[in-house]
Design a protein around this ligand. Structure first.
Ligand code: DC
Length: 214
């Protein structure tokens, strides 16, 4: 069983995907972490994250230990991730790892931007989370403040908008719902409500697949 959770930054993908993985007894992969690790490796070399040669080299050399770096949740890593993610060679280098992970028994929940469209187009269930930039920025501010970081709402909002634009506007695997994804607007929902709706939706998608014989 493979469940694809896609959506823009701070839409609650990680929280939902982690809960779903626990609920269904599946593995979980936060694919954003791969791009964050590549971005952080490039920055650590003193290079710009848009440097195609450096970013591609970092993506090809990525090891599981690189995903344990302590700085991957920072805003700097998020912005760098969004930049390296626009480089087709970087995406190509990270694709097999994600697909192999998804294929491991008993199956997996993956969250990202292109899981339903590119990484796992045959996923058993696909959910695309939506939320307005303002609501997402408020959520991100709370999250960063809880970690003791000093943040300014307007700066977080403008970073989110810039990231949305880069993630949706790139030519390779842009952020967009798969044609068979269920879109869920979470502006007025808390995490528990989103989880409940998602579990129902996944059940319905799996039942519909069975009826179609896929
Ligand atoms: O999910 P996140 O915020 O940790 O992702 C960081 C960046 O990585 C995001 O701005 C775009 C990129 N990304 C991507 O292009 N494709 C994915 N499957 C996951 C993340």
């Amino acid at each position: 069983m493979i469940v694809a959770i896609d959506g823009p930054a701070a839409s609650g993908k990680g929280t939902l995907a982690r809960k779903l993985a626990r609920h269904f007894g599946l593995n979980y992969l936060d694919t954003g972490l791969l791009y964050r690790a590549v971005g952080a490796l490039v920055l650590a070399q003193g290079k710009d994250a848009s440097d195609t040669v450096m970013a591609t080299r970092a993506a090809k050399a990525l090891t599981p230990a690189d995903l344990d770096r302590g700085d991957l949740r920072s805003e700097a890593a998020a912005i760098a991730a969004s930049k390296v993610a626009a480089i087709p060679q970087v995406r190509a280098a990270l694709l097999a790892f994600q697909q192999d992970f998804a294929a491991m028994p008993p199956g997996a929940v993956l969250d990202g931007r292109d899981i339903g469209t590119v990484v796992c187009p045959m996923a058993d269930a696909k959910i695309f989370l939506l939320a307005s930039p303002e609501v997402r920025a408020q959520r991100r501010v709370k999250e960063l403040q809880a970690r003791g970081e000093e943040v300014i709402y307007s700066a977080v909002l403008s970073d989110l908008r810039a990231r949305d634009e880069r993630d949706s506007g790139r030519s390779t695997a842009p952020l967009k719902p798969a044609s068979d994804a269920i879109c869920l607007d979470t502006d007025n929902l808390n995490a528990e409500m989103v989880f409940k709706i998602a579990v129902e939706t996944i059940g319905e998608q799996i039942a519909a697949n069975r009826r179609r014989g896929t």
